[in-house]
Design a protein around this ligand. Structure first.
Ligand SMILES: C[S@@+](CC[C@H](N)C(=O)[O-])C[C@H]1O[C@@H](n2cnc3c(N)ncnc32)[C@H](O)[C@@H]1O
Length: 342
């Protein structure tokens, strides 16, 4: 892989906010699940002592090559990078001999070099093959999906992941074009077709924005990746370890918000009220949006939302939990009763 592939720069979003929230100990072990061009990674390393370590991951071979071979490669004994999907980060940790970690950072979505490289097919702004895979070594491109899927499946993807009102007409037009022997193969094919199918215009937005977003999310299974990584974080973070996630659209943020809310309370199974409650495994710490100056300097930051949560001491229910949870509930009830009395 040519490390110069995708030369465009990436301006890191919420750089200091994310790293300040992540790094709680200079000697800690951290994972950056979305290396990109290493903006967050460099600042994390700057805050670590010689004993600290940073393991980075990216599913895009161009990002990994940039970190290992390019002029901007990171030559630091405390740093390693692996080509992998972040949903699989526990196995990458194990391969590097990491035990539990002090923090996981996920800066979701695509990097500017990915969007701005025409051959990657992520953007309607550039003419290129409609690929859209972050990991170019495997999986099905967006064009291949549109060449084989039925109209209903295409409409579902465009509606569910793009929240596009005109998903039905778009899918119909894609299949009609394919039936004429002119399958959608390029970014221009798709954006022209969508512009004809979408009957209303959102101010300041290209009519193909939602369809491109939908296909990108689908092709890269982005939401499933996020859900798996969040679940895995519960197992891999030390007590006090930080989960830091930057999302760029409501579908992602909803997953993070719901997950943190669910894990920030004890869960009693109503069908089995005497069974041990599932303990509270996270504590929500912050929700941060970029300030006006950052948005003015980097329009990509406009929709970013950073959420921070901290792993509690609680383990998943095991043999001890069977007695600990009822004891905790009883103590809380007693505490509330005492409060009422005073
Ligand atoms: C927004 S960029 C990260 C930018 C980085 N924080 C920086 O400051 O340079 C997102 C990166 O995450 C990678 N990525 C997205 N989803 C991924 C996944 N499920 N697994 C691994 N890498 C992923 C993309 O390939 C891209 O390089």
């Amino acid at each position: 892989m040519d490390p110069r592939a995708g030369q465009a720069q990436h301006t890191t979003v919420l750089l200091h906010e994310a790293v300040d929230a992540l790094v709680t100990s200079p000697d800690g072990h951290y994972v950056d699940g979305t290396y990109g061009r290493g903006g967050h990674a460099r600042l994390i390393l700057a805050g670590l002592s010689p004993a600290g370590r940073l393991l980075a991951i990216d599913r895009d071979p161009a990002a990994v090559a940039h970190a290992r071979e390019g002029e901007e490669r990171i030559d630091d004994a405390r740093f390693a990078i692996e080509h992998a999907a972040f949903a699989d980060f526990p196995s990458v940790l194990a391969a590097h001999g990491f035990d539990h970690i002090d923090g996981l950072l996920l800066d979701l979505g695509v990097s500017s070099p990915q969007i701005d490289t025409a051959e990657r097919g992520f953007s309607f702004r550039f003419s290129g093959p409609l690929d859209m895979r972050m990991d170019t070594t495997r999986g099905e491109s967006a064009a291949d999906f549109l060449a084989r899927a039925d109209e209903r499946a295409i409409a579902e993807v465009v509606r569910d992941y793009g929240e596009e009102r005109f998903a039905g007409p778009i899918a119909k037009a894609i299949v009609a074009r394919r039936d004429e022997g002119r399958a959608v193969r390029t970014t221009d094919d798709l954006s022209e077709l969508v512009a004809r199918a979408v009957k209303t215009r959102e101010p300041g937005q290209n009519p193909a924005t939602r369809t491109f977003q939908a296909l990108r999310i689908f092709v890269n299974a982005e939401l499933a990746q996020l859900e798996q990584a969040l679940e895995a974080a519960l197992e891999c973070l030390k007590p006090g370890g930080r989960l830091v996630v930057i999302s760029f659209h409501s579908l992602e943020d909803r997953i993070v918000k719901t997950f943190v809310a669910r894990e920030s309370r004890e869960l009693v199974d109503r069908r089995a009220p005497f069974a041990p409650a599932r303990p509270m495994r996270l504590r929500a710490l912050a929700r941060i949006k970029p300030g006006a100056a950052e948005v003015a300097a980097n329009p990509r930051a406009r929709s970013a939302i950073l959420r921070v949560a901290e792993r509690t001491e609680a383990q998943a229910p095991g043999p001890d939990a069977a007695t600990a949870a009822p004891r905790r509930r009883a103590a809380r009830t007693a505490g509330k009763a005492a409060g009422k009395r005073s």
